[in-house]
Write a protein that binds this ligand. Structure first.
Ligand code: C5P
Length: 408
């Protein structure tokens, strides 16, 4: 069984989606995992401790100051005795308390006391999820390594439509298996391999003070560099201008323009793996002004644009120095799979990660991504997940390809 012997501490906080957690317990146990539950005060408004106890086959813990709960299983032991803590549903309130490091109930205290991986499945009204406070709390938690699955878009219990529904149980299960797989002895490793990752936008100068840029935040590329490094790869991250901190354990080369990015990538070779996640400007200004262009009274200056080199195509070109596995990204606003498929062929890369960046998708600058992975063997669609999670899965896939010698 996939999760045989694995121990999950499930924290159920207050939301209508709590009923789905009952099914989650059953399915975890079907896969061989043992499940212990903490039920918050809010959670107990939606499901009963009796249901959780009956399905988990374990006592349910509710109260930080209950003599019975503390003597049976103290809050420290509760969190230490688990391989993974899953918070499903995770309310806006509990995410805020986690981000602030509060310990004002048993759930928050166990989460503060743990040194184990934590996976959250947020569930809330779409406006609460979109609120800058919730987004900031989630970003803080993810920067500390908290894993996230969902929320999904759709009709919410309150009747509104938008992002905020708790991820489906199948997706939570997949995320749990992924998170637990990471610690297993069979975890694929990238030790001994060198990866070059491009990330962020490029800035193409117009004159000494102005430039042409795009909306890329660099979040996905930086997360991929971090995920590859966590699996043991030596990583060179060639980054355009971003506001992001350097990922730990990664060598960062900062560049501005596409020409500088290409030169830095070439200098970083040889590499076994190249992942081009940067949003490289397609064109640069041919006639860059030596001094600041002046408004004057005449006609506005005409900018002549010339095509930038395609870094992904350069790295994919056949030859003795070609990385064994080259992965590109395809950000599309329509005909996603068809465009991505032809991009893979024209650029010559091995895999393409395709994502939809049309207005409203929230991909550019946001923390979530819905992607499809295309290779010569076909395509697979991944459920909506955080960019950190996309990065982790992609890194594992890359490691898996090298482990079985499948990398071309
Ligand atoms: O052609 P398009 O820009 O849609 O292709 C996207 C993919 O190509 C991404 O992987 C991006 O990093 C890469 N790319 C590149 N150099 C360029 C343009 C795109 O590496 N000049």
């Amino acid at each position: 069984m996939a999760l045989s012997g694995r121990r999950v501490l499930l924290i159920v906080s207050g939301g209508i989606a709590a009923y789905k957690s009952l099914d989650l317990i059953r399915r975890l146990r079907d896969r061989g995992a043992s499940v212990r539950c903490i039920l918050t005060r809010g959670g107990a408004e939606f499901v009963t401790p009796l249901s959780l106890a009956a399905l988990s086959g374990e006592p349910v813990y509710q109260d930080l100051f209950s003599l019975k709960d503390e003597t049976e299983m103290g809050h420290i032991r509760l969190s230490r005795d688990a391989d993974l803590i899953v918070v499903a549903p995770a309310t806006a309130d509990l995410l805020a308390r986690m981000a602030a490091g509060l310990a004002d109930d048993l759930a928050a205290t166990a989460l503060l006391a743990t040194d184990k991986p934590v996976l959250v499945a947020p569930a809330m009204n779409t406006r609460m999820w979109d609120h800058p406070a919730t987004r900031a709390n989630m970003a803080v938690l993810e920067s500390r390594g908290v894993l996230r699955v969902g929320p999904a878009a759709g009709e919410l219990a309150c009747g509104e439509v938008g992002e905020g529904r708790m991820a489906e149980v199948a997706d939570i299960l997949a995320a749990i298996e992924d998170a637990l797989g990471r610690d297993s002895p069979g975890e694929p490793s990238l030790a001994g391999l060198h990866a070059v990752v491009t990330s962020g936008p490029t800035h193409e100068p117009i004159d000494p003070v102005r430039y042409i840029a795009n909306r890329s935040s660099g979040k996905q590329g930086h997360a991929i560099a971090a995920a590859l490094a966590r699996l043991g790869a030596r990583v060179t991250l060639v980054s355009g201008p971003t506001a992001l901190p350097d990922p730990s354990g990664v060598e960062v080369v900062r560049v501005e323009s596409a020409l500088e990015m290409l030169a830095a990538c070439r200098a970083a070779l040889p590499a076994h793996i190249a992942v081009c996640a940067a949003a490289v400007a397609d064109w640069r200004v041919a006639n860059v002004g030596a001094g600041k262009l002046k408004k004057g009274g005449g006609a506005p200056p005409a900018l002549e644009l010339v095509l930038n080199p395609d870094i992904l195509a350069h790295l994919s070109a056949p030859g003795p120095g070609r990385p064994a596995l080259v992965v590109g990204f395809a950000a599309e606003t329509g005909d996603l799979l068809a465009n991505a498929r032809s991009k893979r062929e024209t650029k010559g890369c091995d895999w393409i990660v395709a994502n939809n960046v049309s207005t409203g998708s929230g991909t550019f600058g946001g923390d979530a991504n819905t992607v499809h992975l295309l290779s010569a063997d076909g395509s697979e669609s991944w459920p909506p997940m955080s960019k950190a999670e996309v990065a982790r899965r992609l890194a594992r896939r890359i490691a898996g390809a090298f482990a079985v010698g499948a990398a071309p």
